[in-house]
Design a protein around this ligand. Sequence first.
Ligand code: SF4
Length: 209
Amino acid sequence: MSDRAGLDRRDFLRAAAGGGFALGGLLGLGLDLRAAQRAAARSRFANTREVPSVCPYCAVGCGQLVAVRDDKIVNIEGNPDSPVNRGTLCPKGAATYQLAVNPHRVTQVWYRAPGKTEWDKSKPLGWAMREIALRVKKTRDATFQEKTDKDHLGRPLTDAKGKPVTKTVNHTLAIASLGGATMDNEWNYVQAKLMRALGVVAIENQARI
Ligand code: SF4
């Protein structure tokens, strides 16, 4: 890319960073800084495809634009077309790129068997998903209650006159669901539906605390 003063983008950035010219000096050369800045911004995302998305961090649901080049994410920023945030992001949302592109990101299943102190990192994701489903079903089958005559502390349930009563509950108290901040609205909606359908009553999300 060349600008009208004959400097290529690399020369411009080097000069702007103090490598020989002050910005005023660039102006003195007749360089249109605003045009150069626009061109630099465009070239940063040259040959990219922008995918509208939603910030994964909280229920505000700010719109984001994910720039993708060669099937790799190269940038994530606020979507100016979103009526929620109009291009802005809070510091957490602005760091979403680092959530997706990060050498420290955990990309494999970590499993610590009961009684073990070491993590087993050899399990495939399919194994983990199936294991979770099997354990949820097994626990629910073993603990599901249609009716109860006791409260959550094990005390007998009574009516206003002290007479023992039995109530329909259709629940299990043996499973809990704790969501995380990276669960978006849609995931939380489906998660809550699934948990309530299973009869889980202990449903919480860390992002709400
Ligand atoms: S974490 Fe920040 S950027 Fe993301 S949705 Fe919430 S307020 Fe918006």
